[in-house]
Design a protein around this ligand. Structure first.
Ligand code: NAP
Length: 436
């Protein structure tokens, strides 16, 4: 018997559990831990609420969660309730699938001003993450700046642009829906320090900006490189750049008809924030040019008005006591997923915040291959029996998968018309919903 602990129940965690169950069948017991009483991590609180089809992947994780040899252990924070060292004593392999839940910071003057948020916080707010549900961003100003040119920036800009009716079928939490409905936002400027050929945005997500009821995307034609240069790009990026060219061709009359404009500001590297009375009023940027793919400052600076700023510049993992951490990269120090004997990492905790949800599947399968190489047919550890004894002595309140199913039923029962669920946004309500 092999005893495997997976810390984190998001995509990386459940793909790894699936891989372990497939590889070892009846000869493995997998415990999937989460500090939240609810599973699925980023699928629940990271994926945009209007992208329900992407969230459908959780049905696959549910299948894994319901297999006999896999168990969900919710409401247990590894690092606080139980240490990584304690897990290592109990399980043959401990695999950290804790993702990258913290915002990277720009480290610029004025970053502490009010109404500047990182995307983990802002996305967590509209997705009902208990840690960020109370964020209460002020949406009463006209100008929003979104920093970064990746898919998270697109999510944020799109969510800020949508009308109430465009959220039909979405599981955006009601507090955010109401706040967005009352928003006075007119201009959303997406700021990139490099040019159109360096965006990280994918075509499907970028194309959605052409179908918004009350918003239109705007690109300055002069920012685009010669069309012939697009031939050198890989196909996905070429499609995205073609969309930017479409945006540049949108006639001004269309922008006049839509109350919200989503402007792309390329070659603009943030240098600081301006504010009045402790609240942000502008982002100061330095004009750049791109040399050999890198942004080089020109010395020319200008200000972009900003009543609200959301930085979408990537994420960092949370360090855990006793686990080597690569501070610069913001993830666990590892070699192909190996951290220390018996200790591994997978997904964003291993490689940083890159790739799609599906990228975590091969990642999960390869970490299980490494574990097999290292532990063979298993050691003589106690596994979940030992953990259950620890739960007793420590008085932990474990939330099981069956409990989660009751929470899920309650969320589905509370849904707005047409919506799949109304999420509980605090831990106490989640726990209360599982009943006795
Ligand atoms: P990302 O794709 O890495 O994009 C980060 C952006 O931030 C880049 O444009 C980067 O510019 C910029 N940036 C970083 N540091 C900066 C700085 N100091 N100043 C100015 N700009 C800075 O990250 P993400 O958007 O957070 O997405 C994370 C991952 O999740 C990606 O793999 C993404 O595709 C995925 N995702 C997918 C979807 C979807 O498929 N629907 C939705 C959301 C997220 P440089 O390139 O110049 O560094």
């Amino acid at each position: 018997m092999r005893h495997i602990a997976i810390v984190g129940s998001g995509p990386a965690g459940y793909y790894t559990a699936e891989a372990a169950a497939k590889k070892w069948g009846e000869d493995v017991r997998v415990d999937v831990f989460d500090r939240m009483p609810v599973p699925y991590g980023l699928i629940r609180t990271g994926v945009a609420p209007d992208h329900q089809s992407i969230k459908g992947v959780s049905r696959r994780y549910e299948k894994t969660a319901l297999s006999d040899n896999v168990r969900f252990v919710g409401n247990v924070a590894i690092g606080t309730d139980v240490s990584v060292g304690e897990l290592q004593q109990l399980y043959d392999a401990v695999i950290l699938a804790t993702g990258a839940p913290n915002d990277r910071r720009l480290g610029l003057p004025g970053e502490e001003l009010a109404n500047i948020f990182g995307s983990a916080a802002f996305v967590g707010w509209y997705n009902g993450h208990p840690q960020f549900a109370g964020l209460d961003p002020d949406l009463s100003g006209r100008d929003v700046v979104v920093i970064g040119m990746g898919n998270v920036a697109l999510d944020v800009a799109r969510i800020l642009s949508k009308t109430r009716s465009e959220f039909e079928g979405a599981d955006i939490v009601t507090h955010a829906l109401d706040a967005l409905d009352a928003s006075k936002v007119e201009t959303i400027t997406i700021v990139g320090r490099r040019g159109p050929h360096q965006i990280m945005m994918t075509p499907k997500e970028l194309g959605e900006l052409l179908h918004l009821e009350r918003a239109s995307p705007m690109v300055e034609p002069g920012d685009l490189p010669p069309v012939a240069d697009d031939a050198l790009l890989e196909p996905g990026l070429r499609k995205s750049v073609t969309l930017l060219r479409d945006f540049a061709n949108i006639p001004p009359s269309i922008h006049g008809e839509t109350p919200v404009t989503i402007e792309f500001d390329f070659f603009a590297s943030p240098v600081g924030f301006e504010g009045i009375d402790g609240k942000v009023t502008a982002l100061e940027v330095e004009r750049t040019r791109v040399e050999a793919g890198r942004a080089v400052g020109t010395g020319e600076t200008y200000s972009i008005p900003a009543d609200l700023v959301v930085t979408c510049i990537g994420y960092r993992s949370s360090p855990l006591a006793g686990v080597p951490f690569d501070e610069r990269a913001g993830r666990f120090a590892n070699d192909q997923g190996r951290i220390l004997p018996g200790l591994y990492c997978v997904g964003w905790a291993r490689r940083g915040p890159t790739g799609t949800i599906g990228t975590n599947r091969p990642d999960g399968f390869s970490i299980v291959d490494l574990v097999e190489e290292d532990i063979g047919s298993g050691t003589r550890k106690q596994g979940r029996e030992g953990f259950d004894a620890l739960v007793e002595t420590r008085g932990l309140d474990v939330v099981t998968f069956r409990d989660w199913q009751k929470i899920e039923e309650a969320e589905e029962a509370a849904a707005r018309d047409g919506a799949p669920r109304e999420k509980f946004v605090d831990v106490a309500s989640m726990i209360a919903a599982r009943g006795d």
